[in-house]
Design a protein around this ligand. Structure first.
Ligand code: DP6
Length: 336
């Protein structure tokens, strides 16, 4: 199944309609997976091997403004810098825009602004594609349902399918070859005391993109066969933890899930290692703090930085050990 067929199915009779508005603007939060999406069963549509579960980062995310450009080509800016169409993100963005070109000479002007560090493993492509999808919906006046927007956002980047909502989100693996049952769904439970700390340890560009790293893991890691069963156990544990507000279960499950994902990468060939010396130092510091009774856990994505997970009552103690960390309350007033 081609991506353009998925778009045709979702847009059906709206497919050939020109944009209704001159300009549209939409926001989407970034998200951090507590149970990771790691491996695709189909690469064209970004269909995952397993379901995954994330927490959105509230006011940390991307705002996208889109308009129809009068010119002969697309123009796009990321944080006010022109996007290079031959960069990794540029190519993905252009391929995504092509899906919505109702006439060959329809071009767009796009401004994406984010308030999270780009390239620091903080899912900037997730909130970028999710906000662009929402903005497209407004520009064309499609009025799609959130789950349809989630399917479209997934075509840009898998984790973008979870960035359409605040709070906890589950991305269902689905079984259909066209992926029409593989979309995000918001989990209603709120947890106002929950905090996420962004611990930026190194902002250098990552050696391997998450897209390439997950594919290399699927094809070469002897440990990958254990991953789907691990995800199933972790998903049930996380849902139970969220339901019962069992923080220790949530923290332990998220940390163990991330470490298992990295173990599959370490056993890939060539090895993929996102740990830097400062990553290991911070992990040891967190494990020591836990031994001393401070309940703080971490998760790590395809980069060297950590995201700390703790409760509001421990903010001052955690901050005392990690003074540069930025703290996010995913369920702060007005969100969730
Ligand atoms: C480690 O969503 O960036 O952050 O679908 O190829 O665009 P593509 O991959 P992407 O991968 C995210 C991987 C992860 C885990 C997660 O967010 O679940």
């Amino acid at each position: 199944m081609k991506r353009s067929d998925v778009v045709s199915t979702i847009l059906a009779e709206r497919k050939n309609l020109m944009p209704k508005n001159a300009v549209a603007k939409a926001y989407a939060p970034s998200n951090i997976a507590l149970c990771k999406y790691w491996g695709k069963r189909e690469q064209e549509l970004n269909l995952p091997v397993t379901s995954s579960l994330s927490i959105s980062l509230g006011n940390k995310g991307a705002m996208t403004e889109i308009s129809v450009s009068g010119g002969p080509y697309d123009v796009a800016y990321l944080n006010h810098q022109p996007i290079d169409w031959i960069s990794f993100f540029g190519k993905r963005l252009l391929a995504f825009l092509d899906l919505f070109r109702v006439k060959r000479d329809l071009h767009f002007t796009i401004n994406i602004t984010t308030n999270i560090p780009i390239g620091a493993g903080l899912a900037s492509s997730a909130c970028g594609f999710a906000s662009l999808t929402r903005a497209m919906d407004l520009l064309f006046g499609w009025e799609l349902k959130d789950e349809e927007l989630s399917i479209l956002a997934r075509l840009g980047s898998g984790s973008a399918s979870r960035s359409l909502w605040h709070g906890f989100v589950e991305w269902h693996v689905g079984i259909k070859p066209d992926g029409m049952d593989s979309y995000g769904e918001s989990i209603a439970d709120e947890w106002p005391e929950l905090c996420i700390g962004l611990l930026i340890l190194n902002e250098k560009e990552k050696p391997v993109s998450s897209r390439d790293a997950m594919q290399r893991t699927v094809t070469t890691s002897p440990l990958y066969s254990a991953w789907p069963a691990k995800v199933n156990r972790d998903l049930s544990a996380l849902k139970q933890a969220i339901n019962l507000k069992d923080f220790l279960l949530l923290g332990k499950t998220a940390e163990s899930n991330a470490m298992t994902m990295h173990a599959t990468m370490l056993s890939a060939w060539p090895t993929i290692c996102y740990f830097l010396p400062e990553t290991i130092t911070a992990m040891n510091q967190i494990w020591k703090l836990r031994q001393e009774g401070l309940m703080v856990f971490f998760t790590q994505d395809a980069g060297p930085n950590l995201k700390l997970i703790f409760l509001e009552k421990n903010i001052l103690d955690v901050k005392a050990h990690f003074p540069d960390m930025e703290i996010i309350k995913p369920f702060a007033d007005g969100l969730g």
